[in-house]
Ligand binder design. Structure first.
Ligand code: C5P
Length: 400
């Protein structure tokens, strides 16, 4: 999938430089054309010869080097890249980019690059947790830079905590997510539901659940990046909507039901990622309920099962459901695919660490109506979103 892609890797000065040698080797073997840039401090850890040998190209180290032909090296490197990766990215390079400083080759290439940039931070845990670094990461994230978060573990300095360069598999997942699927959703309309619903008990209280909306927002972002027109029907969440996505905010399951039904006929794919409340208070009190009684009974009635209804009325639409389970994951998943007439169900055990609500990662099984099950490893929600969309494309192709 990476064949013919031009990837420029900026290597900055951290002990994790040696791990990036393996990344370069993998990417070159996968057919990508790799150019490596190194800062002076990175060269203290590993010499350019290592990267030159693995990439098959000379390594770029100097902003003022004059290449033959009179071209401007940093502009050429930036313009010819399909993707720039900074790995390991130190607090220093992150700070420079966040502040718009371009005073060496890597920061200048990043400044001139029009392509996506993936930043893979690696540093001491106290540096990583420093509020200045966190502020810089947040502002770069807001500007659309991609991050593969460092992992938690023993650091080279002996400390324990978050700061280790992310596993190479996670970095490779992100590279594939960004490069492999450009434009394959062009011409398709995708409706994604996200977040929890809130079901009022009285004017100041409600029933809800732990959904953060992260998985649904990641799906909307991934589909939009791949060229889809995206409608994101979302319960109340604190996330910033992805660029270019039409957001329909809702509160209750009943509102979500109406919003989804109104738009269903105009879409090709529905991904019901929202954690829709199964029940709502039968009567929402018009005044705040007083605490006069020792016990209080609230009678609940069933909400409509939106997805099941879509399964009954669908025509050309492809339906993807989600199932958060705490037991009998696969058995329940097979039953739900059939009961709701879905093309795909993404099931996850929300009790596993690194899966489920509020986390940035998820561990999912993809369950198909023909009984097939694909068990995925722990992955970032954005990468899982792309993985799910890959299956949607494959299912659509198989259907024609
Ligand atoms: O049956 P269960 O609630 O586990 O199914 C989960 C799937 O059904 C999710 O995709 C969820 O968005 C959807 N759902 C729905 N309406 C409901 C409850 C769940 O569309 N009332």
């Amino acid at each position: 999938m990476l064949s013919g892609k031009n990837i420029t890797i900026g290597v900055t000065g951290g002990i994790a430089v040696y791990k990036v040698a393996q990344l370069v080797s993998y990417l070159a073997a996968a057919g990508a054309s790799i150019r490596v840039m190194m800062t002076k401090s990175a060269q203290e850890f590993v010499t350019p010869l290592t990267f030159q040998t693995l990439s098959g190209h000379r390594v770029y180290t100097d902003l003022f080097e004059r290449p033959a032909g009179g071209t401007v090296q940093h502009i050429d490197l930036a313009a010819s890249s399909d993707l720039v990766i900074l790995a390991p990215a130190t607090a220093n390079i992150i700070g420079k980019i966040a502040c718009g400083i371009a005073d060496d080759l890597i920061s200048t290439v990043v400044m001139a690059a029009g392509c996506p940039v993936i930043i893979c931070p690696a540093m001491n845990v106290n540096m990583y947790n420093n509020r200045i670094v966190q502020r810089n990461l947040a502002s770069l994230r807001d500007l659309g830079y991609h991050f593969v978060e460092p992992s938690v573990g023993r650091l080279a300095c002996g400390a324990e905590g978050r700061g280790r360069l992310a596993d190479l598999e996670l970095i490779i997942d992100r590279i594939n997510s960004i490069l492999a699927n450009e434009g394959d959703f062009k011409g398709l309309s995708v409706m994604v539901t996200a977040g929890p619903t809130v079901e009022p008990v009285d004017p100041v209280r409600y029933l809800t659940n732990k959904s953060s909306g992260k998985m649904g927002f990641a799906l909307a972002e991934a589909a939009a990046r791949r060229g889809a027109r995206v409608i994101l029907v979302s319960g109340p969440v604190v996330l910033k909507p992805p660029a270019g996505v039409e957001v329909v905010p809702v509160q209750t399951a009943a509102e979500m039901h109406i919003a989804v039904m109104e738009r269903f006929s105009s879409v090709d794919v529905v991904v019901m990622c929202a954690a829709v409340a199964d029940y709502r208070p039968k009567i929402a009190a018009t005044q705040k309920i007083k605490k006069h009684e020792e016990t209080l009974t609230i009678e609940l009635e069933k909400n409509p099962d939106i997805l099941a209804e879509l399964g009954r009325i669908k025509k050309h639409q492809l339906l993807v459901g989600f199932a958060a389970e705490t037991e009998d994951l696969e058995k329940n998943a097979h039953q739900k695919v059939a009961a709701k007439n879905l093309e795909l169900l993404v099931a996850n055990d929300v009790t596993l660490p690194g899966a489920g609500f509020s986390t940035d990662t998820n561990i999912a099984k993809l369950v198909f109506p023909d009984g097939r099950v694909i068990s995925l490893p722990k992955m970032d929600k954005l990468d899982l979103a792309h993985r799910i969309l890959n299956e949607v494309i494959a299912l659509r192709r198989a259907a024609v």
